[in-house]
Write a protein that binds this ligand. Structure first.
Ligand SMILES: Nc1ncnc2c1ncn2[C@@H]1O[C@H](COP(=O)(O)OP(=O)(O)OP(=O)(O)O)[C@@H](O)[C@H]1O
Length: 346
């Protein structure tokens, strides 16, 4: 659906060239929501803007729906771009136009009649829940509503691809959730392919089926969201994931563990952090540890969440038991797909 081959992007900066993209190869499948995450300056905006050639890459090829955009210019490129909608962090609405007229703009530019425009804009406003606000100006609606206008405008030319450049970064968490829910809804209803860039794993967690992690102009990791959350391979991914599943146990939890252990050396006790995903989270593994391996467990901390409809979470347990049983129990957990880490608590 979308294929990027060997993409390089170099800008002329005041202190010399800036290599914003350094050899990106990426495939996005038809009908999926693909998330691109990275820290500030990693190259995310540069990447997403190459997909519709808002930035023409210095080197490399961009293919969308089998058409090589990098080989197009002028009218050919303009036509291809109509198949790619885009929403922006700061909405990019025209303040002098009403909500209705902002959504109508791309259709006007494409030469549609007033009747055609009306027949397209009204259902779009209904889709994004703004039919009652059609006559308001951007200054008279909230940030979340502005983004709904931006989404309706992006959909006006019936694109098959939607690019989202930090669409929720200017919004509060609750509005972010509602905008992401809307993106999911339209992706499902219209069968859109969505590429969404963000610096927040919470956003990825809510909507992306697959993701790529960027750092310094390169993709350092990519895969299915649940898999990457469960087994992040790159340090940058792990750091970004700390937002959703912190690696460090909170200090009060560690203090409680120390209090539980008391002053006596307890060679048979281990503090373990278990990361469950999908399959592992659905089995009665903790009762197995007690019944089959004779361990004593204190649950000291935990959180359970959902990623792509699958349970995902972490649990910190203080496990008491003799070394052979403990090792067998940990093997059992790992076989069931649970990631097991020993946490130092001294
Ligand atoms: N038009 C430009 N001219 C010069 N340098 C640029 C230009 N656009 C981006 N850059 C530089 O390219 C690098 C990548 O920027 P880009 O905006 O793609 O990253 P980003 O991951 O989207 O960052 P952010 O989340 O802060 O927007 C940065 O070092 C940035 O300063």
């Amino acid at each position: 659906m979308i294929a990027l081959h060997g993409i390089h992007q170099t800008y002329a900066g005041p202190q010399g060239p800036v290599h914003a993209l350094r050899g990106i190869d990426l495939e996005v499948r038809a009908g999926e929501i693909f998330g691109v995450i990275g820290r500030s300056g990693a190259g995310k905006s540069s990447l997403v803007r190459t997909i519709n050639l808002l930035n023409r890459p210095t080197q490399g090829r961009v293919l969308v729906n089998g058409q090589e955009l990098t080989a197009l210019n002028g009218a050919g490129l303009r036509a291809a771009r109509r198949d790619i909608g885009m929403v922006f962090q700061h909405f990019n609405l025209l303040s002098s136009r009403t909500v209705y007229d902002n959504v109508a703009l791309p259709l006007e530019l494409a030469g549609a009649t007033r009747g055609e425009i009306r027949a397209r804009v009204l259902p779009l406003l209904e889709l994004v829940g703004l039919q009652a606000l059609a006559d308001r100006y951007p200054a008279q609606v909230s940030g979340g509503q502005k983004q709904r206008v931006g989404i309706a405008r992006a959909l006006a030319s019936r694109p098959r691809v939607l690019l989202s450049d930090e669409a929720t970064s200017a919004l509060d968490p609750e509005t972010t959730r509602s905008i992401l829910a809307l993106l999911l809804q339209i992706q499902r209803e219209l069968g859109l392919t969505v590429v969404l860039i963000t610096h927040q794993m919470q956003v990825i967690k809510q909507v992306a089926q697959r993701l790529a992690v960027m750092e310094a102009g390169q993709i350092v990791e990519q895969g299915e969201t649940l898999q990457v959350f469960h087994q992040p391979a790159h340090e940058v991914t792990q750091r970004l994931l700390d937002d959703v599943v912190p690696r460090e146990l909170p200090a009060p939890v560690l203090a409680r563990v120390r209090a539980l252990l008391g002053d006596q050396p307890t060679p048979d006790a281990r503090l373990l952090r278990l990361v469950f995903a999908g399959r592992g989270a659905e089995q009665p593994l903790l009762s197995d540890l007690v019944r089959r391996f004779g361990l004593d467990l204190n649950i000291v901390h935990g959180q359970i969440d959902e990623v792509q409809g699958h349970p995902f979470g972490t649990l910190a347990v203080l496990a008491h038991g003799q070394a052979p049983q403990r090792e067998a129990a940990l093997g059992h957990l790992r076989d069931a797909g649970v990631r097991v880490e020993e946490v130092a608590c001294a």
